[in-house]
Design a protein around this ligand. Structure first.
Ligand SMILES: Cc1cc2nc3c(=O)[nH]c(=O)nc-3n(C[C@H](O)[C@H](O)[C@H](O)COP(=O)(O)O)c2cc1C
Length: 228
């Protein structure tokens, strides 16, 4: 099994630690069968999308930042589980994570998706007061538009920063929650199930690409990929 984790922050704070907790639970579950190969990317240095739309309108190879994006993209396409992790910054994902997601626009189902309906997704966010749930919803939306079949959310309010020394008061509860989420993810990875909403959205996009609403080169792509 292959796992790719994309962090929207460089430092190893709450979101990183929560993600590591999940990865360690998954490792424990998989050790029984097959140790997963984990790739981690920090997208802080990603250049901002210039808005030239060449990736959408012509060819992703024309993106001036293609060399930065390609290694992450190929890891995503090879992975069984895709994890997006971002802290809540001003009730949203970090700007760096959003910048990375902008580079994935051409891979949206509305354009030229890489079929990821059999893949599992997980989205993680932490906040000091509120908004971690909102951020995981936003991250899940991104994965769904990339066509990831089943996405699990792991939001957490962490108002106390000192959880490393074991004094974080809700650690026991948090570990239980992470274990439960890891179990669900594991189950879906072993037997992938596509969420109803995703299947419906894919169906709409498929029909859109069969008709004349989309540019002919997009229709050609869907045909080449045997999606229509
Ligand atoms: C720029 C910035 C904006 C933030 N905005 C919010 C916010 O809107 N709501 C909130 O509850 N916490 C907010 N926080 C706190 C972080 O979301 C919280 O401490 C989080 O756990 C940090 O995760 P990290 O250690 O992985 O960076 C903000 C922090 C920063 C640095």
């Amino acid at each position: 099994m292959k796992i790719v984790t994309i962090y929207g922050q460089q430092h190893k704070g709450n979101t990183y630690r929560l993600t590591q907790l999940l990865l360690s639970e998954l490792n424990t579950l998989f050790k029984k069968s097959d140790t997963p190969e984990i790739k981690e990317f920090y997208v802080n240095g990603t250049s901002q999308c210039l808005g030239c739309a060449q990736c959408i309108m012509k060819d992703e190879e024309l993106c001036p930042h293609r060399e930065e994006i390609y290694p992450v993209l190929s890891a995503i396409e090879a992975a069984d589980l895709i994890i997006l992790a971002s802290p809540n910054y001003c009730m949203n994902m970090s700007g760096q994570m959003k910048t990375f997601c902008d580079h994935m626009a051409y891979r949206w189902m509305a354009h030229r998706p890489f079929d990821m309906r059999q893949k599992t997704g997980a989205v993680i966010s932490t906040a000091a007061g509120s908004g971690a749930g909102k951020v995981t919803k936003l991250l899940k939306e991104q994965l769904q538009w990339w066509s990831v079949g089943h996405v699990f959310r792991l939001p957490q309010i962490i108002w106390d920063m000192n959880w490393e020394d074991g004094s974080y008061p809700q650690m026991k509860k948090l570990k239980k929650k992470v274990r439960k989420t890891a179990g669900r993810i594991y189950k879906n990875m072993c037997r992938p199930r596509t969420e109803y909403k995703l299947s419906f959205l894919f169906f709409i996009m498929k029909n859109m690409h069969k008709g004349t609403m989309c540019p002919p080169f997009e229709r050609e792509y869907w045909k080449e990929q045997h999606l229509i």
